[in-house]
Design a protein around this ligand. Structure first.
Ligand SMILES: Nc1ncnc2c1ncn2[C@@H]1O[C@H](COP(=O)(O)OP(=O)(O)OP(=O)(O)O)[C@@H](O)[C@H]1O
Length: 601
């Protein structure tokens, strides 16, 4: 522990009540592009040296690519250039490593050979000095190492972009991972973000796509996230919130945080004994079923986006573990994002409309989600969406994959005024990464085979009124009930291991008998009697689909349960309007009987 922590680079914080150019010698706690710009406006020389180094490195790389083209050696030098790119980003430091990590999940933007090399940035990085790290742990925790840990590995077990991780044991015996941040991270990141933002402003007009206009916003989003990521207290809180969202899920494991041994730059959390999802060989050797792990990964990923709204924005395979007991564990909660309720709902809508091939509604969803501005004329976009997405989905919903969708979509973006809202860059990244992980475990993986059953189950079990409205959207087209869609939905939902028909049937019945279900009751009667015939075949087909899961006696219990729960007012509200439902095929006598049997309270 001989080395001193380098305190020479100190980034000042701007206090709101101080004039421009007056700074405190403290550290900027939150990303604030204006404050950063103000600081460097008065000290440009502090950024020049760094700027020259970045330009030098990037120009060198671009020239080597050009040289290969001139010499016709692109093929031969592919591997060499990919390594060059990774080494360059590593040399440029944490901010650029993070950019590389973000790009490593974008097969739509990056060549395959580069991609494979960039993936190594996820956790094969050079560690920083051990003594320095130990010293940082002591300073941050305010006590000597031996007063916190009975064991601490003499060397880090992993070195990542922002910190390195030691394996240790608390005095109380628990096995822990101790993550220590790289020294001087904040000032280094701040300076790089300033330069990136400045460059983004200059480059935007020369870049293709509407994406260019958003480039400084993308840098700001990246900067905000990066600042959140270097506050380990924030990461600990995120982990606990994430754990709480999955508290009832026996398949997802989240490490506990040991707050007594945690501070802004040191994080102590439960050690996870498992195999990274990159380590497919060990997963198979341990007798674990990759398909089951994929299922947990995709379902929990969709749950984060569509249910909790709080999602892991960095789910690369180095951050996901398969545990010997069959569970999947998440680590690294530095980069998380929160979706608003309206965004979650619009996302479900968009998925439903996409699967139903309702392209007009889908175009409207894009407006709601901010991909199109509200003043956009969607008329020409609808057929374009149909041409591109209809192709991507194919005849069968199962042919759908995000990679094809993003590829096809980038074509649309050239022709129509689509833009990717900064927030969605993270969602898209999260989805494409999860699909990529699943593909690495099973090359024939189709996200829809796991994803759509989950969505179908959620719609059918619609816990919230908003979800029930969506189910109705799926079941009706132009006011007509779509038997085939209900049949498909049930068939697909049944392939999801968690789908139980009985509670769903119960919920369906409850809904039908409620005031809210009035519309559905009426429409069902119309559907049943459409074209002057009783549609018994459709009912029979539906019944065949579910009858094995619905033993008659249990179904009767459920029905009686629901009916006895209904108050007299409830029944009175239903019966007069439901007469049409029961007026054919002699069932009126049954409702009469029910009326007589209802408790008189
Ligand atoms: N709780 C844990 N149990 C076991 N290993 C862990 C744990 N936490 C971290 N590690 C190991 O340390 C590595 C780096 O951890 P983590 O991803 O949290 O760091 P990071 O600096 O946030 O990295 P990244 O570059 O992915 O942002 C992990 O890939 C894993 O190998």
């Amino acid at each position: 522990m001989s080395q001193e922590i380098d305190k020479s680079v100190n980034f000042p914080v701007v206090e709101a009540n101080k004039g421009v150019g007056q700074y405190q010698a403290a550290q900027l706690k939150q990303y604030n592009p204006d404050a950063i710009a103000r600081y460097y406006r008065y000290r440009p020389w502090q950024a020049w040296g760094r700027m020259l180094r970045i330009i030098w490195s990037i120009t060198g790389f671009i020239l080597s690519l050009k040289w290969d083209e001139w010499q016709n050696q692109v093929e031969q030098n592919q591997g060499k250039r990919a390594t060059h790119l990774r080494e360059m980003l590593t040399r440029l430091g944490p901010t650029f490593i993070k950019v590389g990590q973000a790009l490593s999940t974008r097969p739509d933007l990056i060549r395959k050979d580069f991609l494979e090399e960039l993936i190594k940035l996820q956790d094969q990085l050079p560690p920083f000095d051990n003594d320095l790290a130990y010293q940082l742990i002591e300073t941050e925790l305010g006590r000597p190492i031996h007063e916190s840990f009975s064991e601490l590995s003499p060397k880090p077990v992993a070195a990542a972009s922002l910190g390195q991780v030691y394996r240790g044991r608390l005095l109380s015996g628990e096995e822990v991972a101790v993550k220590v941040q790289r020294p001087n991270l904040r000032p280094v990141i701040t300076r790089d973000l300033y330069l990136m933002r400045w460059a983004a402003g200059w480059l935007a007009p020369w870049l293709p796509l509407n994406l260019g206009h958003d480039l400084t916003l993308i840098v700001d989003e990246f900067g905000t996230k990066l600042f959140e990521e270097i506050d380990y207290i924030n990461e600990g809180r995120n982990a606990e919130k994430f754990a709480s969202n999955f508290r009832n899920d026996p398949q997802v494991k989240v490490p506990a945080i040991y707050w007594r041994y945690t501070n802004t730059r040191v994080l102590t959390l439960e050690w996870i004994n498992g195999f990274k999802l990159t380590d497919t060989k060990s997963i198979r050797e341990a007798g674990l079923d990759p398909e089951a792990i994929i299922q947990i990964g995709v379902t929990s990923g969709l749950q984060q986006l569509l249910e909790h709204g709080f999602f892991h924005a960095d789910p690369h395979p180095g951050n996901l573990f398969a545990i010997a007991d069959g569970r999947m564990a998440y680590i690294d909660f530095g980069m998380m994002d929160q979706l608003e309720e309206t965004t979650k709902e619009a996302l479900v809508d968009a998925l439903v409309h996409l699967v139903n091939k309702d392209y007009t509604d889908l175009a409207e969803d894009f407006v709601k989600l901010g991909f199109l501005t509200p003043d956009t004329n969607i008329c020409p976009i609808v057929p374009a969406l149909e041409a591109v997405l209809g192709n991507a989905i194919g005849k069968n919903v199962k042919d759908f994959n995000f990679k094809t969708i993003t590829d096809e979509f980038s074509e649309l973006m050239y022709e129509y005024p689509f833009r990717v809202p900064a927030k969605f860059a993270l969602i898209i990244r999260s989805l494409v990464t999860q699909e990529g992980i699943a593909l690495s475990l099973n090359p024939n993986f189709k996200i829809v085979e796991v994803g759509y059953p989950y969505i179908a189950r959620r719609l059918l079990t619609g816990e919230s009124p908003a979800l029930r409205r969506r189910l109705l959207n799926v079941l009706f087209k132009d006011g007509k009930f779509q038997w085939q869609r209900l049949e498909n939905l049930i068939a697909i939902a049944r392939t999801d291991g968690n789908f139980d028909v009985l509670p769903t049937a119960k919920m369906g019945l409850q809904f039908m008998l409620s005031e809210e279900g009035k519309f559905l009751r009426r429409q069902l009667v119309l559907a049943l009697t459409e074209d002057d015939r009783l549609h018994t075949e459709e009912v029979q087909r539906l019944w065949n689909l579910v009858k094995d899961d619905l033993p008659a006696n249990r179904l009767l219990d459920v029905a009686i349960g629901i009916l006895t729960e209904l108050s007299r007012e409830g029944v009175a509200a239903i019966l007069p309007k439901a007469t049409s439902l029961v007026s054919f095929d002699g069932k009126q006598s049954l409702t009469q009987k029910l009326k007589e049997q209802m408790p008189k309270n």
